[in-house]
Write a protein that binds this ligand. Structure first.
Ligand code: ADP
Ligand code: MG
Length: 258
């Protein structure tokens, strides 16, 4: 794909452990086009987080390459935003100060960044909490703040590593709905890591289904469903068929047993 915003080429990771070498990620290749929302879906331990860390330049690869916007990623890459499962906000900074940290690190103009920060806080329903500390927020609100922080500098790629994994089921559902709404406003390029089948189908344009460890691409599924993914779409026959197809492929590999 010539307009690939993120390109992963034969990326591989071997961890050296006390028990010898551990192949965490087998040669993995895929691309994400500009403005595309792509999920990486696979069982626990298949190397999803490792893949994300290497793509962001936060972990050294053992082979292969990553390019973002045509630039090779070799060290921590700044033109990205990341949201982890644990919100990773600084407890001693207010919500707004946490978000503005991005601007400070990147030496971006404070005034325009602050305007954008408030815009995002408004969109995520956090405007009244701008001057609160993380300890004063619920788990869902903290993840919303983390999403604002990842978006404020308008990065060329957004990475999510199981961002809703620590939330209760209802909050998780609402966060997914709100994330799609936010994404639709500017359509940033997204790599979204999850082990939730329905979550991946509900959010994605394409799904990279991984094999168990050592993970590699099993199949790539294009999710041809209109947006926004309304309640009707999420209970449609087509939606259920996508979920079934992935469930069956996990059953064939022994990841899910009935
Ligand atoms: P996932 O995110 O899909 O659950 P990870 O990328 O976290 O998988 O891990 C893939 C494999 O690599 C696992 O077997 C894990 O135990 C191992 N692993 C992850 N990080 C390290 C590390 N820093 N050192 C050694 N092994 C690791
Ligand atoms: Mg992980």
């Amino acid at each position: 794909m010539s307009d690939a915003q993120l390109s992963i080429d034969r990326l591989k990771k071997v961890y050296e452990t006390d028990d010898g070498d551990l192949l965490a990620l087998n040669e993995t290749s895929f691309t994400i086009g500009k403005g595309e929302f792509v999920s990486v879906l696979g069982p626990s331990g298949c190397g999803k987080s490792t893949l994300l860390l290497m793509a962001a330049g936060l972990e050294k690869s053992s082979g292969g390459s990553v390019t973002i916007g045509g630039k090779t990623v070799q060290k921590p890459f700044t033109d990205i935003g990341i949201v982890f499962q644990e919100h990773a906000l600084y407890e001693w900074r207010t919500v707004l100060e946490n978000i503005m940290l991005q601007a400070e690190i990147r030496r971006l103009p404070k005034e325009s960044m602050q305007i954008r920060a408030y815009e995002l806080l408004e969109q995520t329903g956090l405007k009244e909490f701008a001057n609160k500390y993380p300890s004063e927020l619920s788990g869902g609100m903290r993840q919303r703040a983390a999403i604002c922080r990842a978006l404020v500098h308008d990065p060329s790629v957004l990475f999510f590593d199981e961002p809703f994994g620590a939330l209760d089921a209802l909050t998780r559902e609402q966060m997914r709905i709100d994330l799609e709404k936010m994404w639709l406003k500017r359509r940033p390029t997204v790599l979204f890591i999850t082990h939730g089948i329905a979550e991946a189908v509900a959010l994605s344009d394409r799904i990279i289904v991984m094999t168990p460890r050592p993970g590699q691409v099993d199949e790539i599924i294009t999710v041809d469903l209109p947006r926004p993914r309304t309640k009707e779409i999420l209970s449609s026959k087509k939606f259920v068929e996508y979920c079934d197809r992935i469930t069956e492929s996990f059953m064939r590999r022994g990841i899910i047993k009935y």
